[in-house]
Design a protein. Structure first.
Length: 92
């Protein structure tokens, strides 16, 4: 299983364009009847972090929205431990 499962990605795909998300589920107190709320406002900034190997597990529609309207920042996996690099990391 990956940190951001396909179900969570599908929920994001719904919430991003609609800027809201209706919560659905079963009510344990009412014989498992399905309940649904009015959409909860969801205007948000999405920040994700991961490894390059995880990119293949992101839903193609979600990835295209990230690439089309956002930034992907790639960093090297190793850097020299110098005073200048430590200073640069604090600014990042």
């Amino acid at each position: 299983m990956y940190p951001l499962g396909i179900e969570a990605q599908n929920h994001l795909l719904t919430a991003m364009p609609e800027r809201g998300f209706a919560i659905t589920g079963r009510s344990p107190g009412s014989s498992g009847t399905m309940v649904r709320t009015d959409p909860v406002p969801g205007d948000f900034v999405l920040v994700l972090a991961g490894n390059a190997a995880d990119l293949e597990h992101i839903h193609p529609a979600l990835r295209s929205r990230i690439r089309g309207y956002s930034y992907e920042v790639y960093t090297r996996s190793v850097m020299d431990d110098t005073a200048q690099n430590r200073w640069l990391l604090t600014g990042f």
